[in-house]
Design a protein around this ligand. Structure first.
Ligand code: PNW
Length: 440
């Protein structure tokens, strides 16, 4: 890699990120059913109807996987806790094996000198709660607060950082408006409610963790740079609307106690009664803010119902996801988040990485494009730091090839290759390059 650890401030931390459903193997250890299992079982939702039953079987390989993190010289491991593994019914009696699993995992990190960065929810909702309307139900913040209390009473004394919900936009918009993720709805009213409830749940979980005496609490938000398709006012307005719904809505709720006008235009009639009163819960003070960043989208105006935009093809080189590679966007969002929302709060890049075909040839994977991708984005991080943005950590998505949601196992994001038949792990060239860069 072009960059070395010594190019960054002395206290800067490097990590890798994963999530429970994408790697653990949901069939093991007494986890309850989730809405991702039922979504994947419905034909047409997921490529080859693949699900997280076995995934990387991290449930049994966790110790070797933590060795991979430690051997690379990484400081941080970002993992998520499966609600249904801890509370198989979503509420009520905990599953002792589930609590033991996360207890072992956290101790395993500490034994190896890795700081645990916990995310409470990364998308697999217990099915009994999905049956009650899931994120559309105004009771979900209370249920989520209960889960937070149960899991953090067990591991909250030893995690380095914690965040309630991975990517509120994905939990609400991609799942209730685009229908691409569980529960697969295409309904503006469901979307508006989910967007709001996810933020109330975020605030409720922060309160629950403060009540347990925890610190270093944050939020993890995802960002896509919105580029107008042309110079017209209509295209610029469509891109601003996209930016408001995708990037600004959640930060605005948490840091400004309001929602952007361009988003409210379409969403306000569908928000739950009394939504204005919820900002006392939503806007809990945080200790850091996390940004997940992958790409930009080219936005074109479209006739038809709000939000009246459409994504069009762009000219830049693309990853295996079909996502344009646009490293400048990461610097843009780090600067804007700092200047307009978080002012001085530490920022963490909680996810960044790319999918590539990564064929295994003669036992090796030469993923030069991933090395170039990481280098280009680390350049953006360094520029933001040089401009005075307090970026304190950077996590690669992901440690392992894993279950890429609706795209199944074909999209490989890992620094480490996984053979999904033998479950054998093979470090890619990017893993070795990062290891070498971190030692310099
Ligand atoms: C992130 N989009 O999600 C997630 O946190 C990971 O679980 C996931 O594996 C990773 O990115 C790679 O996809 C996103 O379509 C998934 O806009 C989809 C989108 C954005 C973020």
């Amino acid at each position: 890699m072009k960059h070395s650890r010594s190019d960054f401030p002395r206290e800067f931390l490097f990590g890798v990120a994963t999530s429970s459903y994408q790697i653990e193997g949901h069939r093991y250890g007494g986890a309850g059913p989730t809405h991702w299992d039922s979504f994947a079982a419905t034909p047409g939702n997921v490529v080859r109807a693949e699900n997280g039953d076995i995934a990387c079987d991290h449930y049994h390989h966790w110790s070797d996987d933590l060795d991979l993190v430690a051997d690379a010289g990484l400081n941080l491991y970002r993992f998520s806790t499966s609600w249904a593994r801890v509370l198989p019914e979503g509420r009520g009696a905990p599953n002792p094996d589930g609590l033991d699993f996360y207890d072992r995992l956290v101790d395993g990190m500490l034994e190896r000198g890795i700081k645990p960065a916990a995310t409470l929810y990364h998308w697999e909702l217990p099915q009994p709660l999905a049956d009650k309307g899931g994120w559309r139900n105004g009771d979900i913040p209370k249920w989520f607060g209960e889960f937070t209390d149960v899991i953090m009473r067990r591991i909250g004394d030893r995690v380095w950082s914690a965040a309630p919900i991975n990517e509120p936009w994905c939990v609400s918009w991609i799942s209730h408006f685009q229908g691409v993720h569980a529960p697969g709805l295409r309904d503006i009213r469901a979307t508006a409610r989910a967007m709001h409830h996810v933020l109330v749940a975020h605030g409720t979980a922060i309160q629950a963790m403060r009540a347990l005496g925890m610190s270093n609490l944050g939020g993890v938000f995802n960002f896509e740079y919105a580029e107008p398709s042309d110079e017209s006012d209509a295209a610029k307005k469509a891109a601003r609307r996209y930016d408001a719904c995708y990037n600004r809505f959640f930060l605005s709720g948490v840091f400004h106690r309001c929602y952007p006008d361009e988003a409210l235009q379409g969403l306000e009639p569908h928000l739950p009664d009394g939504w204005q009163e919820d900002f006392d819960v939503i806007a809990q003070p945080l200790d850091w803010c996390g940004l997940n960043y992958y790409t930009r989208k080219i936005i074109s105006p479209e006739a038809g119902p709000w939000p009246s935009w459409r994504e069009v093809d762009g000219p830049l080189p693309k990853t295996a996801m079909g996502w344009e590679i646009y490293p400048e966007g990461l610097e843009f969002f780090l600067r804007r988040t700092h200047e307009e929302y978080t002012k001085g709060l530490p920022l963490h890049v909680t996810e960044n990485g790319m999918a590539a075909p990564d064929p295994i040839e003669a036992g090796a994977i030469e993923d030069a494009e991933r090395i170039a991708f990481l280098d280009a984005h680390l350049t953006s991080v360094r520029k933001a730091i040089a401009a005075g943005v307090p970026v304190e950590a950077y996590f690669v998505w992901s440690l392992l090839d894993n279950y890429e949601w609706a795209l199944g196992y074909a999209k490989r994001f890992g620094l480490v290759h996984v053979d999904f038949h033998s479950l054998q792990r093979t470090p890619k060239a990017s893993y070795r390059a990062l290891t070498e860069a971190l030692a310099r």
